[in-house]
Ligand binder design. Structure first.
Ligand SMILES: Cc1cc2nc3c(=O)[nH]c(=O)nc-3n(C[C@H](O)[C@H](O)[C@H](O)COP(=O)(O)OP(=O)(O)OC[C@H]3O[C@@H](n4cnc5c(N)ncnc54)[C@H](O)[C@@H]3O)c2cc1C
Length: 393
């Protein structure tokens, strides 16, 4: 049996590995010329932990995880206004919260392809799928820049993220499925040994209204930054020449550390709408979507990467044992039936978080401080921390 996987991100690599282990031949097509180095720090907990333990990926993830002691909210003078104890959150999650840099997670999944017998999985970087289609006899994909060359397989797996082109070709245009949550997020990594030394082992988040900047020191002398702001600001600043200019205007006045991040910010960092993908069907003919492509929960749910790993592992479980094309439809249906309820719960959590993630007023900011401080009060700390665990990062 043969599969084409579009996207060598988290979901694509895990799906490819699991199918390869089950004996499938897998062609992975990735539009980036190499594994993407850009990224942000992520909390990884819940289904992704269970699945990665089950499929043997967990030790590779634990080996590259960062130690986070706390998430500190700070004012413009750099003074701490409230602090979340990560140890307590981890204990509530059964000791299992990993803090992972997105590219580290992707590289771990790539390295894990080495568990599959040689020759079964081919990963092609610099191969953007420009067209995809499916019929009862199989599925096909055409790669940009290779006119006339069409790849065919028994199954096509669209693991190409929130702006999936496979979805656009086979299920319909993005606007039918993309649900913006009123914010944008930017992320980038800068090199600054002094900033790095100042904030080791802590997430630092600005305690600000309508926008939030976060940073985390990496093992090198680098700092990972992420910035979340109201979507209206993108329109307001549309005269800006670059994403960097827009971010500099939007995040002015948040203190020296943020000023320094923006001074070092690349001209066109990652910057995208914060959104979910909601679709009535995840499969059509011999094509199935997995990860953000069909069920993005958004960074507000804090579980997208975890669900990408767990969903891809489940797809491997259901599709892997299929030995003839006749069994594919049933397997894909079973995958969607099992996995959709889990994704929908996380999407609801993400939508709920949308109203409180960025305080819209000083009063809301004070309320958030109070809630976070309550995590330190014996008795109510467990209840509050449980709520927070549904949405950290
Ligand atoms: C700022 C931020 C913070 C986040 N924090 C967290 C967190 O704390 N915890 C968490 O669990 N999740 C978090 N997430 C979400 C998480 O990053 C995503 O849910 C996860 O990366 C989805 O994985 P994926 O494999 O489905 O898609 P992606 O990682 O987007 O991978 C898709 C791949 O497909 C490739 N591709 C796209 N189109 C094509 C094409 N036409 N042809 C070939 N290749 C193509 C892309 O280059 C990419 O490599 C966060 C996201 C953001 C933006």
């Amino acid at each position: 049996m043969k599969a084409i996987v579009v996207g060598a991100g988290i979901a694509g690599l895990v799906a490819a590995r699991q199918l390869g282990l089950a004996g499938w031949d897998v062609e992975v097509l990735e539009k980036s010329s190499a594994p993407r180095p850009d990224g942000y720090m992520m909390d990884f907990f819940g289904p992704g932990i269970d699945s990665s333990e089950r499929i043997g990926l967990y030790p590779r993830l634990a080996a590259v995880a960062y130690r986070v002691e706390a998430a500190d909210y700070v004012d413009a003078a750099g003074r701490r206004t409230s602090s979340l104890d990560y140890g307590q959150l981890a204990r509530l999650a059964g000791g299992k919260v990993l803090s992972l840099l997105r590219p580290d997670l992707e590289r771990a999944a790539l390295a894990a392809l080495g568990d599959v017998p040689a020759g079964r999985i081919h990963v092609r970087y610099g191969a953007r799928v420009a067209r995809a289609w499916t019929d009862d006899g199989g599925a096909s994909a055409a790669v940009d820049g290779s006119p006339g060359k069409v790849l065919t397989a028994d199954v096509l797996i669209g693991a190409d993220g929130v702006h999936s082109e496979v979805r656009a070709h086979i299920f319909g245009p993005e606007q039918e499925y993309l649900r913006p949550l009123g914010m944008r997020a930017a992320a980038f990594i800068v090199r600054d040994p002094r900033l790095n030394a100042r904030y080791r082992n802590r997430f630092v988040l600005t305690d600000s209204v309508d926008r939030m900047a976060g940073l985390y020191s990496l093992r090198t002398d680098e700092v990972a930054a992420f910035l979340v702001y109201r979507d209206a600001a993108a329109g307001r600043n549309s005269g800006a020449q670059s994403v960097r200019e827009r971010l500099r205007r939007e995040f002015a006045g948040l203190g020296g550390a943020v000023d320094r991040l923006l001074e070092l910010c690349p001209e066109q960092p990652y910057d995208d709408v914060v959104a979910q993908i909601v679709m009535p069907d995840w499969q059509k003919g011999r094509c199935v979507l997995v990860g953000d492509a069909c069920g993005a929960v958004s960074l507000l749910a804090g579980q997208g990467a975890s669900l990408a790993v767990a969903g891809a592992a489940l797809l491997g479980d259901t599709l892997g044992p299929v030995a003839s094309p006749n069994g594919i439809g049933v397997a894909l249906g079973q995958f969607e039936r099992c996995w959709r309820p889990v994704v929908e719960v996380a999407q609801r959590a993400g939508r709920r978080a949308a109203s409180s993630f960025l305080p819209a007023s000083h009063a809301q900011r004070l309320l958030r401080r109070w809630i976070i401080r309550a995590t330190h009060v014996p008795g109510i700390n467990r209840i509050v921390a449980r709520q927070v665990l549904r949405r950290i990062g």
